[in-house]
Design a protein around this ligand. Structure first.
Ligand SMILES: Nc1ncnc2c1ncn2[C@@H]1O[C@H](COP(=O)(O)OP(=O)(O)OP(=O)(O)O)[C@@H](O)[C@H]1O
Length: 762
């Protein structure tokens, strides 16, 4: 025993020296960045040329970013070491560091050289002899874990100081904090494949609950940003999550990995100007998510491109201008035939109609003059009058423009081909049962959609708004002119930025590899926006990569929206078909992806559950079988501390159950997951809920993707009955626990949960 302890002490001592030296390097890097920042700030305020100001601003913001990155890696700076057959030792950490001689002393976990740390396995170790995990607390090395792949290859000294307990299990045993943390130190081989997969095309990551899909997807975002910095810094990465609580839950992972340039949004936030959080009833959600709604929206747009019942008559300035019905119909057909978005085609239509109205005005004037003439009966004025024939193209334009200023004319044309916003169109459509009935294809339950015009936007409306925006377009000629001017300005900036990169060394440090990224960031109207900020504000932004989490929940219409955001179709789609809770969600990946990718997508499966202990997964397996006997649950990596239990109790008995569970999990956190029906009553019992509170009360939809040390599922029968996807919801609810599960039921518990240990009635 003494020997083992000595070996550990010796090994800890060795690693401590290395780790301390690495922290010294980190401190030096911070001091340098801070000094540069101070120097830049000291260069003067708003004085100097515009170029000098831009230079200062660029350097200041880059040094600030560098500093933030250097601070983000403080915890667990170095967490791994590999020794290989060639006698080389490599340390792996959250960031790359070099010594004074510019030799690499710490390898960034995303660099190719770090890969061996993640992929070596007992059956396929590659050149790795030993993998060592270093556990640190406040810069102190407090523990080590060794995995030896070839004992004979190690030196005597190394063999003597082998130490270890499986690093992964140690990581998994840690209590939950209410926030997801990164797992750079313990990424598993199958996850590593996902993280480092090529950025080209679409990758589906399918896996049961707790298999690390989310955590792998977030590490993939960090990896892609590191590996394709030039492209992604310019185009940005979007992560789409199921709800705001989930985004808060995962929000710290990327900053902890040193990446802050990612847009995180729920589907309800993907249409700038709308922030929808409420969901529709399943019946309406199914219809809104149906791909056939695209044709309904298109029909609604056409419906607003009208012809008058008979001839168009506009009375202005005492004259009645009449455009024959056939002319109106012909002009509408012409404007429709150009296939421009509605608001752009409107320009064309209005111009043509104004010409017709100008002609009509000439005709009306002629007629009225003739009338006057007849009244005067002055033979001198007699003779043929042909005002209409005398107007040339320019006159028509000028007269048309004058007419456009007349409110009656504008009103008449607006009624025939109005300028529309997506919001106006969709609000009108959903409040117009007649239009819906006329446009809906057979079998589409249009009645489920009808609602008042002033109803609040729901998440399921967002894809409809986006669809409408595509079809309506914006009259953006003014914006286009401004952007042309910006581009000219930008070309100048790019030349200049190239010089800045050269003179400041930012290029050498790898912070910016391309002048255009730098120039773009600082070009324009003076407001300095990061790529992420600009992308989040712009509906038509084309992201470089999009990650969709809990992707099984997206409807066909939602996929149309997502695909528009990533024209290059570089996607990571993360989810579990067995957990689909939305009635409009996916039943298979092929069904949702093939319309866009025609089979050109790859799938990786994650099959090990790092969250839920085996005892709980046995209960979950029974539920999964009821969903689809062909589905297999993921395999748990560990046994738990207690058998999952069933407690018969009403809502009133919950405080007692919760108090007991809280005592059992100690420092950890408890999630109370309820049916929609009792959620309000249960939430009222534990009012301080929230991600950081010891007890959080959630519906299943809110609990999706989250996890807790202990979970109390309330009203399982209610959960199963609340939607057509109720059994899947129950599966989601019981797989949120990392340690303990209790199911509270008032009536008979569902037969599916037979395996639970029954407690006497409370
Ligand atoms: N390699 C790993 N090392 C340490 N912890 C891990 C690892 N992989 C996954 N975990 C942990 O397992 C838990 C589940 O991971 P995650 O939430 O990513 O799973 P998921 O597949 O997205 O689950 P769900 O489908 O239920 O949302 C998290 O606490 C995560 O940190």
């Amino acid at each position: 025993m003494a020997n083992r302890q000595d070996a550990l002490a010796e090994a800890l001592d060795t690693e401590q020296r290395v780790v301390s030296a690495l922290y010294d390097r980190l401190d030096q890097a911070r001091t340098r960045a801070r000094a540069t920042l101070r120097q830049v700030h000291g260069l003067g305020g708003a004085s100097g040329t515009r170029q000098a100001m831009v230079e200062r601003e660029v350097m200041a913001s880059e040094q600030a970013r560098r500093l933030a990155q250097l601070h983000a890696v403080e915890r667990g700076l170095c967490f791994g070491r590999i020794d290989d057959r060639s006698g080389r030792t490599v340390y792996v950490g959250r960031i790359g560091l070099r010594d004074e001689e510019h030799e690499s002393v710490l390898i960034d976990w995303r660099a190719p050289a770090a890969r061996a740390f993640y992929v070596a396995t007992a059956t396929d170790p590659g050149a790795v002899l030993r993998r060592r995990h270093l556990h640190t607390r406040d810069r102190q090395v407090v523990g080590l874990d060794d995995e030896v792949f070839d004992l004979a290859g190690l030196s005597d000294g190394d063999r003597r100081t082998l130490v270890g307990e499986a690093a992964l299990l140690a990581a998994l045993r840690r209590g939950r904090t209410g926030r997801m943390s990164d797992v750079v130190a313990t990424i598993q081989t199958e996850q590593d494949r996902v993280i480092r997969a090529s950025m080209q095309g679409a990758l589906v990551v399918q896996g049961g609950p707790g298999t690390g899909k989310t955590v792998a997807a977030l590490h993939r975002a960090a990896y892609l940003l590191y590996t394709h910095r030039a492209t992604l810094e310019r185009r940005g990465v979007l992560v789409v999550g199921p709800n705001a609580m989930f985004l808060r839950y995962i929000g710290q992972v990327l900053p902890a990995l040193g990446e802050t340039q990612v847009v995180m949004a729920t589907l309800g936030e993907l249409f700038p100007g709308v922030r929808a959080t409420a969901a529709d009833e399943p019946r309406a959600a199914v219809v809104k998510g149906d791909a056939r709604m695209a044709a309904v929206v298109a029909g609604a747009v056409r419906e607003r491109q009208r012809v008058p019942d008979g001839d168009l008559e506009v009375v202005t300035d005492g004259l009645t201008l009449r455009v024959p019905y056939e002319v109106c119909a012909g002009l509408r057909a012409r404007a429709q035939a150009v296939r421009l978005p509605h608001n752009m085609a409107r320009k064309l239509y209005v111009l043509e109609m104004l010409k017709e109205l100008a002609l009509a005005e000439a005709r009306a004037l002629e007629a009225s003059l003739r009338l006057e003439e007849m009244e005067l009966e002055d033979p001198e004025l007699a003779g043929p009058l042909d005002l209409e024939g005398e107007l040339d193209e320019v006159d028509l334009r000028l007269n048309g423009r004058r007419l456009w200023a007349e409110p009656e004319v504008r009103r008449a044309l607006d009624a025939l081909w109005p300028e529309l916003t997506p919001q106006r169109l969709i609000a009108w459509l959903l409040a117009s049962p007649r239009t819906l009935r006329a446009l809906a294809p057979p079998g589409l339950d249009w009645r489920a959609l009808v609602r008042p015009a002033d109803a609040a936007w729901t998440v399921d409306d967002v894809p409809l708004l986006d669809e409408a925006a595509e079809l309506l377009g914006e009259d953006d000629s003014a914006e286009r002119e401004a952007s042309r001017r910006r581009r000219e300005d930008w070309q100048e900036q790019e030349l200049y930025a190239a010089e800045v990169l050269e003179s400041t060394g930012l290029a050498r440090e790898g912070i910016f590899q391309r002048a255009e990224v730098l120039a773009e960031r600082h070009a324009g109207d003076g407001e300095e926006l990061s790529t992420a900020d600009r992308a989040a504000r712009d509906r038509t932004w084309a992201y470089g990569h999009v990650i969709v989490d809990e992707a099984q929940e997206l409807s066909a219409m939602a996929w149309r929206l997502v695909m528009r955001r990533v024209p290059a179709k570089s996607l990571t789609v993360v989810g579990d078909i067995a957990q689909t809770g939305s009635a409009a969600g996916a039943r298979s990946w092929g069904e949702v992806l093939d319309p866009y990718l025609e089979g050109r997508w790859r799938q990786e499966r994650l099959e090990v559950n790092y969250r839920t202990p085996a005892e709980i997964m046995r209960v979950a397996a029974d539920v999964l079988r009821a969903i689809d006997p062909a589905l297999r649950p993921p395999e748990s990596v560990r046994e738990g501390e207690a058998e999952p239990r069933a407690v018969r109790s009403g809502v009133a008995g919950l405080p007692e159950v919760v108090a007991r569970e809280l005592a059992a999990i100690g420092e950890g956190r408890l999630g109370v997951v309820t049916s929609d029906a009792v959620h309000g009553r249960v939430a009222a019992l534990f009012p301080d809920g929230g991600l950081d509170a010891p007890v959080t009360v959630l519906t299943v939809t809110q609990a999706k993707g989250l996890e807790f040390d202990g979970v109390v599922v309330v009203d399982p029968a209610g959960i199963m009955a609340q939607s057509p996807m109720g059994t899947r919801d129950l599966y989601v609810a019981i797989t949120r626990a990392t340690r303990r599960l209790t199911v509270v039921h008032e009536g008979e518990p569902p037969a599916l949960l037979d395996r639970l240990v029954n407690e006497s009635t409370m």
